[in-house]
Design a protein around this ligand. Sequence first.
Ligand SMILES: [Fe+2]
Ligand SMILES: [Fe+2]
Length: 294
Amino acid sequence: MLKEDFRFSLFDFALSLSEAVDAISPALGNHQKRATYIAWDIGKEIGLSIEQRRKLFFAGLLHDIGGLSLKEMLDLLNFDEDSSYNKHAELGYLLFKDFKAISEEANIIRYHHVPWDYGAGREKNGESIPIESHILHLADRISVLIDYKIEVLGQVGGIVEKIKGLSGKVFVPEFVDGFVKLSSREYLWLDVVSSNLDDELNKIHNLPLAFFDIESIRSLTKIFSRIVDFRSSFTATHSSGVSTCAVELAKLAGFSEKECATMKIAGYLHDLGKLAVPKEILEKPAKLSMEEFN
Ligand SMILES: [Fe+2]
Ligand SMILES: [Fe+2]
């Protein structure tokens, strides 16, 4: 068994996955990153600990990863339909829940569309809902209220009024109050619409470089292979099949144990770019149109 540790930036990893998911359509923009940035600032405003904010950060970057089709992803940008969005949240949870290092984030993702409902949203089906889920929910909805095609500061008053109107019913009142205070700071809005959002996210998160042994990296990348393969029923076990074959070939070719372990991980991730292709295209039974092909 290989004991060697790999230095591994969870932030870079989450960011690249987040980008792959948001690349499914230009209309999504940087939705997950924007919601993450807003959630981070609200968390800070209401006094969340740094550990809680880090969990929120990681969950935010990946919160919509369970959305499979383009239609589903675009629907998530519709402000008024939000209470019906449980499928992608549950799927996101299922994809991450077995990985110990991020199981709490999985729980945050699971409940990120549950309305506060005057306190009834503290729990669902007997399970208590993390407060980070409610912060992410608020940040997510603020993010979709912004019209990114026009100047942002002129929109702030309308967004604040809309969110305040749902305080208690949909959002936790204390979190709404925190947001209202925060909303007077122009930097928040300018950062959210900025094309340098990556830099801003990089400055705030302070996520330490994590040290993982190769076994943990293997189980993490296996999760991502499941996410990739899940996109299309035609390829449900494709990544793990490729991974297994590649390792057997590597062994026959005399590769070292470490090289074989790396091969396994590469096999799991080799189709990662598929995350950026919507299900409608992956599963289209007929020939693709030129536009779809592009
Ligand atoms: Fe969502
Ligand atoms: Fe979202």
